[in-house]
Design a binder for this molecule. Structure first.
Ligand SMILES: Nc1ncnc2c1ncn2[C@@H]1O[C@H](COP(=O)(O)OP(=O)(O)OP(=O)(O)O)[C@@H](O)[C@H]1O
Ligand SMILES: [Mg+2]
Length: 237
């Protein structure tokens, strides 16, 4: 498969602080790629750099064109949807209003209506709670809403920042199962940032381990799972 996203020598940071020091990785079209790493390794910064949300330099090619000079909104226009850590749903808006916001760039109303149905089929709980203020949803429901909102863009690439964070194991399982369905049904490519390596490696087909802003291990998930460092430091056996 061809690379949908190809990142070369990415440096990124905030103000005077540089967090990524020449990060390189590829992501295959239609696949699920995981970025693993400890707290502060630069996982969130990697997603922010791809979206144009922090200072960055380097070569980011997406769908055959450079996007490293684009403003954040133009990256979204190319079909890159970002589910940030902490989810970023709008607390005082209803669940349905949050979903509608995800489609704000689209003019194909019939298709948008169809995507509402799709999101509600994927996450029936959101349908039940469509009129509820997002801020009063449970953590799991808010994560579902954040993913649902991203899907309303009908993205070609979905960036997910720790979708398991702070959630009970059963909810995490439910969300991960749904991510697999989403990937299979829509063929959307997924770049998943996770601290929970076991979860991420079960879902992803490829993975990269980032340490202090550099990729130190990469390969298909089975190879990464078998790596001694990964096993000892991230899988815990
Ligand atoms: N807005 C900011 N201004 C200055 N430094 C920042 C900012 N955001 C993050 N950093 C620093 O960048 C480094 C990497 O942070 P980042 O959030 O990318 O890590 P992470 O791998 O996502 O960690 P975690 O697993 O805890 O989410 C950290 O040292 C952090 O303190
Ligand atoms: Mg993070």
């Amino acid at each position: 498969m061809a690379a949908l996203l190809s990142v070369k020598d990415l440096t990124a940071g905030y103000g005077d602080t540089t967090v990524l020091h020449g990060l390189s990785f590829d992501l295959e079209e239609g696949g699920i790629t995981a970025i693993l790493g400890a707290n502060g390794a630069g996982k969130t910064t990697t997603l922010r750099a791809l979206c144009g949300l922090c200072r960055r330099r380097g070569n980011i090619a997406y769908a055959g064109r450079r996007i490293d000079n684009l403003a954040a909104e133009d990256v979204v226009r190319l079909g890159v949807a970002h589910v940030p850590d902490g989810r970023g749903t709008f607390a005082t808006m209803t669940a349905e209003e949050n979903l509608r916001l995800g489609a704000y760039l689209r003019r194909d109303r019939t298709e948008v209506d169809r995507d509402f149905d799709n999101v509600y089929t994927l996450f029936p709980r959101l349908k039940e709670r469509r009129a509820q203020q997002a801020g009063t949803l449970s953590g799991g429901e808010q994560q579902m809403l954040a993913i649902g909102r991203a899907l309303m863009l009908r993205p070609r690439l979905l960036l997910l920042d720790e979708p398991s964070f702070g959630l009970a194991p059963l909810v995490v399982q439910e969300i991960y199962r749904t991510l697999k369905v989403i990937n299979q049904q829509t063929r959307v490519s997924i770049l998943l940032v996770e601290q929970n390596a076991t979860l991420a490696l079960d879902l992803a087909d490829h993975a990269y381990l980032v340490e202090t802003g550099r990729v130190v291990i990469s390969g298909d998930s089975e190879t990464v799972k078998a790596d001694e460092t990964i096993r000892r430091s991230y899988l815990g056996y």
